[in-house]
Design a protein around this ligand. Structure first.
Ligand code: MG
Ligand code: ZN
Length: 298
C-alpha cells in the first residue's frame, strides 16, 4: 500500500470511529466437532462410504496429516459411489448435540447478549446444515471454517480457510488463534466493540493455540477427558496459560459454571464517551492501532 493510500485509509477509519460509540460486550468462540456436536462431522460423512472403498491417495493424505485434502478425496469417492447430497445433509442433521449445547448457545445469544462465533476445521456446508436444523443460525455473528459447496455435479468441494506456516501449533489450513485474534481486533477497529471477556470453548488439540493467546480476563473452556484438557493440564507450567481454565462436562454444566462467575454478575462496563478526555485518548489509541495495521503487510 502506498503511504498516500494508507493515510487515506487511516483517515477514513478514524472518521468512522467517530460515528460509533464504543460498546463493551462479551464473546464466546466455539469449536464445532465434539464441542457443539457429539461426533466428528468429517468422519461421520466418511463412514457413508462402503468399508472396502478407499484409494491410495486417501491413505497417503491421511498418513501425511493433510486432513483437508484427505476429506476432499473422501468427497470425491462419495461422489464416485453416487452418495447423494441429500444423504450427506441428512447424516449431518442427525448428529446429536453435546448435551446442553443448543440451550447454552440460545441462552448466551438471546438472554445474556453475548456475541457468538464458531471457529472450526469442519466445513461451511456441514456447519450451516446442522445449525439450520437446530434453529441456531441466527445465534452466530460469524462462522470461520473451510468454505465448501456442492458443485453442479453434486460433488462436495472444500477449500482451506487460509494458508499459514507461522503457527506450529496449528494445521496449515486453519490457525484458530489467528482467526480469534483477527476477529477481536476487527470488531474493535471497525465496529468499536470491545470484549471484556472472551470465552473459548473446545475439546481438541487444535483448540490449544487460541487459548494460549487469551488474556487474564478471558476463559479457556476445555471439555473434560478430551485432548485439549489433557494437554493443558499436562503442560500447565510450561504453557503459561493466562486465561482462567474452566473444565466442562456438558453444555448444562458449562452454563452453570458461567452463570456462577462473579465477572458475569454485572452488565459490561459502560461505554467510553468520545467527548470526554478519556474518549479522546481512546480515539488516539485506535487511530494509531489502525495506522499500525495499515502499515504492516497482512
Ligand atoms: Mg473439536
Ligand atoms: Zn495457531
Amino acid at each position: 500500500m502506498s503511504s498516500n493510500a494508507s493515510s487515506a485509509a487511516v483517515a477514513a477509519a478514524v472518521a468512522s470511529c467517530r460515528l460509533e460509540k464504543q460498546q463493551r460486550r462479551r464473546l464466546a468462540a466455539f469449536d464445532f466437532d465434539h464441542t457443539i456436536v457429539s461426533q466428528n462431522t468429517d468422519t461421520v460423512v466418511r463412514d457413508l462410504l462402503p468399508t472396502e472403498v478407499t484409494s491410495a491417495r486417501a491413505h497417503e493424505l491421511v498418513e501425511n496429516d493433510c486432513w483437508t485434502e484427505y476429506m476432499a478425496e473422501v468427497f470425491r469417492l462419495l461422489h464416485e459411489q453416487q452418495v447423494p447430497e441429500a444423504r450427506i445433509r441428512d447424516t449431518i442433521r442427525g448428529i446429536p448435540e453435546v448435551p446442553g449445547f443448543v440451550r447454552l448457545i440460545k441462552h448466551l445469544a438471546k438472554r445474556m447478549n453475548f456475541d457468538l462465533i464458531i471457529i472450526s476445521d469442519s466445513n461451511s456446508v456441514f456447519i450451516d446444515e446442522w445449525l439450520r436444523a437446530h434453529n441456531l443460525s441466527d445465534c452466530f455473528l460469524a462462522i470461520f471454517t473451510n468454505p465448501a459447496e456442492f458443485d453442479e455435479t453434486g460433488r462436495l468441494q472444500v477449500r482451506a480457510h487460509h494458508q499459514q506456516t507461522d503457527c506450529k501449533l496449528s494445521a496449515s489450513n486453519l490457525c484458530k488463534g489467528r482467526v480469534l485474534e483477527h476477529f477481536v481486533i476487527e470488531q474493535d477497529l471497525r465496529r468499536s466493540i470491545r470484549y471484556d471477556h472472551v470465552f473459548y470453548v473446545g475439546d481438541g488439540n487444535n483448540d490449544i493455540c487460541p487459548v494460549l493467546r487469551q488474556r487474564a480476563c478471558d476463559f479457556a473452556c476445555a471439555r473434560q477427558g478430551f485432548a485439549m484438557e489433557k494437554h493443558l493440564l499436562r503442560n500447565r507450567s510450561k504453557l503459561k496459560l493466562r486465561a482462567h481454565l474452566l473444565i466442562w462436562k456438558s453444555g448444562f454444566d458449562l452454563m452453570d459454571q458461567m452463570l456462577a462467575l462473579p465477572q458475569l454478575q454485572t452488565a459490561p462496563a459502560n461505554q467510553v464517551e468520545l467527548e470526554t478526555p478519556e474518549g479522546q485518548a481512546e480515539l488516539a489509541r485506535r487511530a494509531s492501532a489502525i495506522a499500525g495495521q495499515a502499515k504492516s503487510p497482512t
